[in-house]
Ligand binder design. Sequence first.
Ligand code: KIV
Length: 272
Amino acid sequence: MSTAKKEYKRITVKSLVDMKANGEKISMLTAYDFTMARILDNAGIDVLLVGDSASNVMAGHETTLPITLDQMIYHASSVVRGIDRCLVVVDLPFGSYQSDPKEALRSAIRIMKESGAHSIKLEGGKEIKESIKRILNAGIPVMGHLGLTPQSIYKFGTYTVRAKEEEEAEKLMEDAMMLERLGCFAVVLEKVPAKLAKKVAEAISIPVIGIGAGNGVDGQVLVTHDMLGMTHEFNPRFLRRYLDLYNEMTGAFTSYIKDVKSSDFPNESEQY
Ligand code: KIV
């Protein structure tokens, strides 16, 4: 397997499949706004996910369920304006695709038309097969999402590791193979045993992007606010923090408040 890194001027769904074939790992992070998207794109990220985790991170909800299609489109269009190179994937939010395939297609079309994003992601396997087919038939690239699927949190009751038992692991493998057969371009595996994730990545030719799924997969995704250390109360084992922005920002904000209160800010050079 070649490890030479090919230069991609623009990342497409095909580039991701090529990366897997060439043994190049895929980097993916979330973004919900223009400024963050610009920084991430300039840093060279391969994929930006406008995740429904915006419901937690941006809006402060306890789950991903409340975010609406209109709100996802707002976040996605802000992200699209910030990027030149990476691929933008947008989550179909809870309630926008579960009732029937026509509704799923309508929601996917709205995201593509109104935000300018390049692809959509939805959670689930064989239960949503017809919806995935319909969206793919309309020419819209689809990323799957298996394992821990946060939109079903009330069905499962906890955010613990999924597919530890054989029956669930077998269903996950079947779902992953089905997603490949249908024509999805990639699949996210969230919080599943590393051994199982590796087995899935080896069994299918489309990229498997892991979050809490070990290192045997084809790429990794994290929620940007978590890896920057802005959400310091969230501490899952899989999370690597690259900064401690919560404390860094608190320091900056307290300095600003102090400077304003003491009339230190603005000084002569900071005024007209
Ligand atoms: O919404 C999100 O951020 C996600 C990632 C956790 C994969 O779906």
